[in-house]
Write a new protein. Structure first.
Ligand code: MRU
Length: 371
């Protein structure tokens, strides 16, 4: 049977009236079986969507969080700047509690709140306008950042070969285009013949469900493997390089990403396979010195026992607990390069990352936070 090639709608967008005020997003928990768009009209609905991974992937979570504050700003009847800021602070607190590891969530919330505080000097209407504008900017910029990552990273991929990726760091995980998959997309657009090995990515199967769906939609050849098959593939010389995304990169270059990334990096090192991390500068966290300080989200054990939390019946004997961290930390020394939208960073990462922030600070009149 001929495969159905889907067009990928925007991962997360703002909806103005008459259909809005709402945040429209793909419900990623239903892919690849069903492509369902959700229109979220409350901050509680948005928080639930982030917690349950209807929207997921570090940059996409940041975009959704920013739009969440815009939604609150549009809906509130706060009459003064002070009241408006208090309402936004409360919403910020609720969204910040949803998932702890991806720094983009906090980066986007802080960026919008900084703008709100500036606009407060003028008045509540100004806050409403500026917050919505900033949130939409964050989404639009994210796509551009991903295209930049693609341009930087594509030359690192072979003219023809096999690239292994883990989880989903594609259009679905970002404002669009993707980070790790952005590098692959850009390489294919440049005429390279790339075949993608997509790790299934237990327990929630982002690789099997989402990366495979995106690659099929793009017409990029892709094969799914069980996570535990990656070592055998590398030993057979079937992997030319690994490209993954990141949820947070510490100041020393340690990388938090989907659970299983660390094991892949160790395997890549053992087999002499380059291990690349593709991420926007908004994923770099200079305030966190090393991976040891990154908070790793622990998720419900039933995601393991019920396979993606979906089966009717547990695959484990009753009474046996399951360990379910959502992320792990890959030490910087296992990373061949970090591909950002502005440069390909190489070790020593502490210096390379500090340099990026110093350049950004100069470009923004001394304030890296101005992004
Ligand atoms: O739990 P998820 O699906 O949000 O985890 C996503 C990942 O680990 C991605 O690799 C990471 O966020 C980078 S997305 C460009």
């Amino acid at each position: 049977m001929e495969a159905v090639v889907a067009t990928i709608p925007p991962t997360v967008t703002w909806l103005d009236p008459p259909h809005g005020l709402a945040i429209r997003m793909i419900d990623q928990t239903l892919l690849p079986g069903e492509l369902v768009m959700l229109d979220l009209r409350t901050i509680e609905g948005l928080c639930e969507a982030i917690r349950s991974l209807r929207v997921r992937g570090a940059p996409a979570i940041g975009c959704a969080a920013a739009l969440g504050l815009a939604l609150v700003a549009q809906q509130t009847e706060a009459a003064t700047s002070e009241e408006m800021l208090a309402v936004l602070e409360k919403a910020r607190g609720e969204v910040a509690c949803t998932r702890p590891t991806a720094v983009n969530l906090f980066w986007a919330l802080d960026r919008v709140m900084d703008i709100a505080r500036l606009a407060a000097l003028i008045g509540p209407e100004r806050i409403r306008d500026r917050v919505l504008h900033e949130a939409q900017e964050i989404v639009a910029e994210d796509v551009e950042r991903c295209r930049g990552i693609g341009r930087m990273g594509a030359p690192l991929l072979p003219e023809a070969g096999n690239v292994l990726t883990h989880c989903n760091a594609g259009a679905l995980a970002t404002g669009g285009y993707g980070t790790a998959l952005g590098v692959i997309r850009a390489a294919v657009e440049a005429g390279k013949k790339i075949h993608v090995w997509a790790d299934e990515t237990r327990p929630l199967l982002q690789g099997a469900r989402l990366t495979a769906w995106e690659m099929q939609a793009e017409g990029i050849p892709c094969t799914v493997l069980c996570d535990n098959a990656a070592g055998a593939l590398m030993a057979q010389g079937e992997v030319d390089c690994v490209v993954v995304g990141a949820d947070r990169i510490a100041a020393n270059g340690d990388v938090a990403n989907k659970i299983g990334t660390y094991g892949l990096a160790v395997l890549a090192k053992a087999h002499g396979v380059p291990f690349y991390v593709a991420a926007p500068l908004s994923t770099l966290d200079p305030a966190t010195p090393s991976g040891a300080e990154i908070v790793i989200e622990q998720r419900d054990w039933r995601e393991v026992s019920l396979v993606a939390g979906r089966l009717e019946k547990s695959i484990m004997p009753e009474g046996v607990p399951a360990y379910n961290p959502a992320f792990d930390v890959t030490p910087a020394e296992l990373v061949t390069a970090i591909i950002t939208e502005s440069a390909v960073l190489r070790a020593p990462y502490g210096e390379a990352i500090a340099e990026q922030f110093s350049l950004m600070g100069k470009a923004n009149g001394g304030s890296p936070a101005a992004g």
